[in-house]
Ligand binder design. Structure first.
Ligand code: PLP
Length: 413
């Protein structure tokens, strides 16, 4: 028999499997709190008003056939200009100096996942074979890095007894550094804000301790910024980790810094796959040109060039001052609704045995429920959470929050 007969079964995607089960569930009160897609107070996934207007403008400007051609390998030049300005002038003003020194290599990517894929491929080819993720983390992190050539996948302590554990985190990194004589620097993935799944983020003071240690240990920082704006409602405020990390009076990243950025959540462009990878190089233009050339080769070999439509929509939002202001408002509305859902849950529940939602950032509530409690919710009430107890807050609204809180209350001992 051929080799194709002996392919082992890959484990199913846990979250998407739950959605299939949800779709087949006949209970009228069924509630899907699994997937990280924003839904409004009517349970709908809607296009943001700013994005819908940009789409309308794009439709009007369509000329026959012209817009279906290929984009360049590294993406649309206008997108590049708009996103570089958004990230390295507006979100992080000290980036201007880096742009002037021609130290930022940039590619438009297939959203945040695509940015992580290109980054991990590049890093495994040239710089590193060890990566550290928080425990827990978005499960696809380890998958992406493994698929793209990383041999050593590790997790640092992040969460303990319902709290962020910064001391445990730092001591894990120190211990690992002492016990290795690898000549390749290790990478570390950092959630820029709204940590998925715990919703617990370090404070700025804690980030300083953490980044000081990462810098001292000469690790390569990879900032995963998938939820910019969904924490405070202000896209610029939420870029605090980028601003701290690129403060050159404090840190010089001798092996570069990688930023994987996504417009999936903050523009609602999920399926259009709009995002970017930027590599901040340590020295001037020559180093950047080499990195550029290798990123281009990787993209060419992986998928040739990114899709066009979503990046054209983002271009209009980012470059039209009226729509940009509207977008800021849209993001703020999302963050406010998420905060109000958390406040309503906090009122209705006793948080001795569950996580206090008002301390958590972003789209998710890490409830602290164990797998058997999650099963009980699903079996008895048709309320679907991810097995680790992660609850997607935007699935809650005025029509189901009482039902869900009643079911949660029944679990309280
Ligand atoms: N990183 C984290 C932590 C995420 O939660 C997600 C999405 O759920 C992503 C990256 C990437 O999402 P996308 O590829 O849709 O931009």
């Amino acid at each position: 028999s051929g080799r194709i007969n002996s392919i082992p079964m890959a484990p199913p995607d846990k979250i998407l499997g739950l959605t299939e089960q949800f779709n087949a569930d006949k209970n009228d009160n069924k509630t899907n709190l699994t997937v990280g897609i924003y839904k409004d107070n009517w349970g709908q996934v809607t296009t943001m008003p700013s994005v819908a207007r940009a789409q309308a403008m794009l439709d009007q400007s369509f000329e026959m056939n012209t817009d279906l051609s290929y984009l360049p390998i590294k993406g649309c030049p206008d997108f590049r200009e708009n996103v570089l300005r958004f990230l390295y002038r507006e979100s992080c003003p000290q980036g201007v100096e880096l742009l002037n020194q021609e130290r930022i290599s940039f590619v438009q990517t297939l959203s945040g996942t695509g940015a992580l894929a290109v980054a991990s491929k590049f890093l495994s080819l040239f710089m590193s074979h060890t990566v550290w993720f928080p425990n827990p983390s978005w499960p696809n992190h380890a998958n992406v890095f493994q698929i793209n050539g990383f041999k050593n996948i590790n997790h640092y302590t992040y969460y303990k007894d319902g709290q962020l554990d910064v001391d445990g985190w730092i001591s894990d990194l120190e211990k690992a550094a002492k016990s290795t004589n690898d000549s390749f620097p290790p990478c570390i993935v950092l959630h820029a804000c709204c940590h998925n799944p715990t919703g617990l983020d370090p404070t700025l003071e804690q980030w300083k301790r953490i980044m000081d240690k990462i810098h001292e240990l000469k690790m390569i920082p990879i900032i995963d910024m998938a939820y910019q704006g969904l924490d405070t409602g202000d896209v610029y405020k939420d870029a605090y980790l980028l601003r701290l990390s690129l403060d050159e009076s404090r840190y010089q990243w001798s092996n570069g810094l990688f930023l994987c950025q996504s417009f999936a959540k903050n523009m609602g462009l999920y399926g259009e796959r709009v995002g970017s990878l930027s590599v901040v190089t340590s020295r001037g233009a020559e180093e950047k040109r080499s990195v550029d050339s290798q990123l281009k080769k990787i993209v060419r070999g992986m998928y040739s060039s990114p899709p066009g439509y979503g990046s054209r929509v983002a271009n209009i939002v980012l470059s039209n001052p009226h729509l940009k202001n509207l977008w800021f408002q849209d993001v703020e509305n999302i963050a406010k609704r998420l905060q109000s859902v958390k406040a309503k849950m906090a009122e209705r529940l006793n948080w001795d045995s569950l996580q206090d939602p008002t301390r958590q950032h972003g789209m998710f509530l890490y409830t602290g429920l164990n797998a058997s409690e999650v099963n009980t919710l699903r079996e008895d009430s048709s309320i679907y959470l991810v097995q680790d107890g992660r609850l997607s807050l935007s699935g809650l609204n005025d029509s189901n929050i009482d039902y869900v809180c009643d079911a949660l209350r029944k679990l309280e001992k």
